[in-house]
Design a protein around this ligand. Structure first.
Ligand SMILES: [Zn+2]
Length: 407
């Protein structure tokens, strides 16, 4: 039995056989570690879920992140770190000057509410009785904040919702003005004051997000998003580099990667389980689906990272994990990706970047089946330190197209 807190090497760095569970013992190891991890995580998630409204059957409400601090004066916007919500929007805080520029387009009432933390009189807002299907977006920056699916009649005179469009879209901070202890809510991106959240809402969250109509713009279902309110135009790529836990975790560290999800791909059976894939008879690879923002990270950079985070020279094997499911592969979602990935491998080969021949499979992607929930975010859930190579600082610190480090 291995010490659960010892992370095994997943990359091209040298393995110590004793520090890495064998292929056969991995499922037992995983089961024991996961039972503990899932129990702890489950309790955390249940608590957070109740607090934040992260209930599975709620549309668009997802993620487990702590509510962000609002943009604006008390949060320094970063010029390099891009933050994305699970729903697929970029929520990197806007700079003060950008907010000021956007605020010039507001009406005096919208300005008073969003920029001066004003409150509109009860029963006066234009969205209080709105019962149409659609999304409530920030009046300043257009970010979707709430949906009609979560709106309810609170009787307070202000539009009320029991959860957010996405937990990362609405920030919270304590507000002790007017002799009360309240929790102010703001647009996470532009910092616009929206209202407050109270713990006297209906099931399933028990929360009441109390909004000013003046801070919102309503978009009918099926209508285009307002300016600035569009989701990120993403692309998808798939990479198989041995056990998906570490590969997923490493891609999640990359700037511009919106999500990385573990799954089974390129096999012969439908919707396989981990147990079935472990038999090494279904033909699936343990694969990671990477959704990324191509304006921040290019496919080429993803390839560079991938070839640094695993060993592409061992056939159907990654360290002591042996079997076809641990093969090295790039599964492409477009002919352009296919061409680029093949050229990338050919270039590495021509330059003898690796001491042994590259055996990475490069082909068009077929069915991807997400792995069981306990495999997702495994490294984060278990809190185990990971010795994986983190290729991203070097890749983003050098010119695109530079030579990946040889091993
Ligand atoms: Zn906003």
């Amino acid at each position: 039995m291995h010490e659960p807190n010892v992370c095994y090497e997943r990359g091209v760095t040298m393995f110590s056989a004793s520090s890495y569970p064998s292929h056969m013992s991995r499922s037992l190891f995983a089961t024991v570690a996961l039972v503990a991890a899932v129990a702890v995580y489950g309790a955390f998630a249940a608590r957070e879920g109740a607090r934040r409204g992260l209930i599975d059957d709620l549309p668009a409400a997802s993620g487990t992140a702590t509510p962000p601090k609002p943009a604006g004066t008390d949060m320094k916007p970063s010029t390099t770190k891009h933050v994305y919500s699970r729903a697929g929007w970029e929520v990197t805080p806007y700079s003060k000057s950008k907010v000021e520029e956007l605020a010039t387009k507001l009406t005096p009432e919208q300005f008073r509410v969003t920029q001066k933390s004003g409150t509109e009189p009860a029963f006066c807002g234009n969205l209080l009785d709105n019962k149409k299907d659609g999304t409530y977006c920030c009046i300043v920056c257009g970010l979707p904040l709430f949906t009609s699916a979560h709106k309810f009649n609170s009787g307070t005179g202000w539009p009320s919702f029991y959860t957010t469009f996405d937990p990362l879209h609405v920030a919270e901070r304590s507000d002790s003005t007017h002799g009360m202890e309240r929790t102010e809510i703001n647009c996470a991106r532009c910092g616009a004051h929206l209202g407050h959240v109270f713990e006297d809402g209906p099931r399933p969250t028990g929360l009441r997000y109390c909004l000013n109509s003046a801070s919102l713009q309503f978009v009918d279902k099926g209508q285009p998003w307002p300016a600035g309110g569009e989701p990120v135009k993403t692309e998808t790529a798939y990479f198989a580099g041995g056990c998906f836990w570490g590969v997923e975790h490493t891609f999640q560290q990359a700037p511009g990667v919106i999500s990385a999800e573990s799954g089974y791909q390129q096999g012969k059976t439908k919707d396989p389980t981990y147990k079935e894939v472990c038999t090494d008879t279904t033909g699936h690879a343990e694969s990671v689906k990477v959704v990324f923002d191509p304006t921040v990270i290019t496919y080429r950079q993803l390839l560079e990272g991938f070839f640094q985070m695993h060993d592409p020279t061992t056939m159907n094997r990654q360290g002591p994990d042996v079997g076809e499911q641990y093969r090295s592969a790039v599964f492409c979602t477009s002919p352009q990706q296919l061409e680029q990935a093949k050229a990338f491998v050919a270039d590495l080969t021509a330059r003898n970047a690796f001491k042994k021949p590259i055996v990475t499979q490069v082909e068009m992607a077929r069915d991807f089946y997400p792995a069981e929930e306990y495999h997702q975010d495994y490294v984060e859930k278990t809190g185990r330190a990971c010795h994986n190579v983190n290729p991203w600082p070097a890749i983003f610190g050098t010119a695109v197209g530079s030579k990946p480090s040889a091993h």
